[in-house]
Write a protein that binds this ligand. Structure first.
Ligand SMILES: [Zn+2]
Length: 435
C-alpha cells in the first residue's frame, strides 16, 4: 500500500474547514435576505391588489395595475416583468398562507428553495388548518433534509392529508395541460408537454417501441453490409426517440380535424414557421458567428446557412457599419414594406427585457396615431399583446428616436432605453419571388 499522498495535508484540511464554515454562513445570510425580499414583494403585491379594487371595471383593466407595478420593479432590477409578476404572487402567498415557512426562512432554518417547495406543494391544500399541519411537519423535515428529499416527503404528506379524491384532483389538474418551449444552451431547446400521466407514458412507450424497431433494422443492416462504403445508423435509442417525435409533430396530421372543410388541406397543410436572423458574414460563410431563431434561441452557423439556402426568398436589411442603425431595405418583391421593415428591425417585442418574437407582436404607433403620430418607421415598434396593453392602459409612456431607440418612462419616473437589435439581417419572405 502506498503512503497517503503528500497533497492531502493538514493545511488543506484547515482551508476546507474554513470554506465549509463560510458557506454555512453565506447560506444563512441568503435565507435571511430572501425572507426580507419576500416581504418586499408581498408589500408591492398588496399595493397592486388595493389599486385593482379601485378599478372595478373590466377584468383586463384591473389586471393592469399589477402589470404596471411588475414592469416598474422589473426595469429597476433588470428582471423580466413576467417573472416579477409571478414572484409577487408567490411572495404574497407565502406571507398569507405559509407563515411558519416564512418564519423558518427568516430564521435560516430552511433555504429559499425549500420554502418554494413547501409553498408549491402545500398550495394544493385549501383548508387553512390542514395546511398549517402540513407546514408544521414539512418545515421540520426541511430543516434536516435536501430539497429533493423534502419534495418527496411533502408530496406523500399532501396525499395523506388531502380531502379531495384523486378523481376530482385529476379533473382539475387536466385543466393545466399545455405545451411549452424553453431554451437550452449550444443551439438546443426543449419542448415540454404536461398532460395526463397515462397519455404521456403511452406516448413515451410508442416512441420507445418504434425506436427499438429502427435500432434492430439498423443493427442487422450493419451485420449484412460490412463493405468499406457502408453507411451505418449510429443513433442511440434517445436520438431515435427525439428524431421520431420531431418528425411526427412536424409532418403528421391530427386524426380529428374539424377544419377539413374550412381550410384547404386541413390542419396537415399548416407548416411550421420560424424567423431566422443571420449576421451577413455568417450568411456568406466568412464567419461562423451565431444566428438566432425568433430572436430567442441562438443556433449554429451551418444550420443557419442551410435554412438560408432552402428559403425561396429573403429580404435584406442594410445597417450602418458603425452605429448599426438600419439604413435601407431591399427586397425581391413589392410588399407591405414598412411592416416588414419594423418587424425585421425589432426582431422581438420592444419592451425592455421582453423577447416575444416580432411576428407574434402588434405594430404599435409609439406616438399615438389618433394624436398625430405618423405611420413611419421611426414611429412604429413591435409590442407583444401584454406590453401593448401596458402602454395604452397604464401610465407607462414611450418615445422613439430616429434610429429606432425607444425611451420608456415608468409611472414612478424611471427611464429605461431599449435599442433595436444591431444586425445585418435576413428574414424570410412568405411568398416566392416573381421570377
Ligand atoms: Zn413584450
Amino acid at each position: 500500500m502506498p503512503d497517503r499522498p503528500p497533497v492531502f495535508n493538514d493545511r488543506e484540511d484547515a482551508v476546507l474547514t474554513d470554506v465549509v464554515g463560510a458557506l454555512i454562513e453565506s447560506e444563512r445570510a441568503l435565507a435571511e435576505l430572501e425572507a426580507a425580499r419576500v416581504l418586499q414583494f408581498a408589500a408591492a403585491m398588496r399595493v397592486a391588489l388595493h389599486r385593482r379594487e379601485h378599478r372595478p371595471r373590466a377584468v383586463q383593466e384591473r389586471e393592469m395595475a399589477l402589470r404596471s407595478i411588475a414592469a416598474e420593479i422589473g426595469v429597476a432590477l433588470r428582471w423580466n416583468d413576467r417573472t416579477v409578476q409571478r414572484r409577487l404572487g408567490e411572495a404574497l402567498q407565502l406571507v398569507d398562507d405559509f407563515p411558519a415557512t416564512l418564519r423558518a426562512l427568516a430564521e435560516a432554518r430552511i433555504s429559499a428553495r425549500h420554502a418554494a417547495v413547501i409553498r408549491d406543494i402545500g398550495a394544493e391544500l385549501a383548508d387553512p388548518s390542514v395546511r398549517a399541519e402540513f407546514e408544521r411537519r414539512v418545515v421540520e423535515r426541511a430543516a434536516t433534509d435536501t430539497v429533493v428529499g423534502t419534495r418527496a416527503f411533502a408530496r406523500a404528506l399532501v396525499e395523506e392529508l388531502h380531502s379531495v379524491s384523486i378523481t376530482d384532483r385529476f379533473a382539475n389538474a387536466q385543466q393545466q395541460r399545455r405545451v411549452w418551449i424553453d431554451d437550452a444552451v449550444d443551439g438546443m431547446a426543449r419542448l415540454g408537454v404536461l398532460d395526463g400521466a397515462t397519455k404521456i407514458r403511452a406516448m413515451y412507450d410508442r416512441l420507445t417501441r418504434q425506436a427499438r424497431e429502427i435500432r434492430a433494422v439498423a443493427r442487422s443492416a450493419e451485420l449484412d453490409d460490412t463493405g468499406p462504403d457502408a453507411v451505418h445508423d449510429r443513433r442511440t435509442i434517445d436520438h431515435v426517440r427525439a428524431d421520431l417525435l420531431c418528425d411526427l409533430v412536424l409532418t403528421g396530421r391530427p386524426v380529428i380535424d374539424p377544419t377539413i372543410d374550412a381550410l384547404p388541406g386541413g390542419l396537415g397543410a399548416i407548416r411550421a414557421h420560424v424567423s431566422v436572423v443571420v449576421p451577413a458574414l455568417t450568411a456568406v460563410g466568412a464567419s461562423d458567428g451565431g444566428a438566432e431563431v425568433d430572436g430567442l434561441s441562438p443556433i449554429d452557423a451551418d444550420t443557419a446557412r442551410r435554412l438560408l439556402a432552402d428559403c425561396p426568398a429573403w429580404e435584406r436589411l442594410v445597417t450602418h457599419p458603425i452605429t448599426g442603425a438600419v439604413l435601407a431595405v431591399d427586397r425581391y418583391r413589392p410588399s407591405p414594406a414598412l411592416r416588414r421593415f419594423v418587424r425585421a428591425r425589432d426582431v422581438h417585442c420592444r419592451f425592455p427585457g421582453c423577447r416575444q418574437p416580432a411576428r407574434r407582436c402588434d405594430l404599435d404607433h409609439t406616438h399615438d396615431h389618433a394624436r398625430g403620430g405618423p405611420t413611419a418607421r421611426s414611429n412604429l415598434a413591435c409590442l407583444c399583446k401584454r406590453h401593448h396593453t401596458l402602454k395604452t392602459e397604464t401610465p407607462w409612456t414611450a418615445q422613439q428616436l430616429l434610429d429606432g431607440t425607444i425611451e420608456w418612462t415608468s409611472p414612478l419616473g424611471r427611464s429605461v432605453t431599449d435599442r433595436p437589435e444591431r444586425y445585418v439581417a435576413f428574414v424570410p419572405v412568405p411568398d416566392p419571388p416573381p421570377f
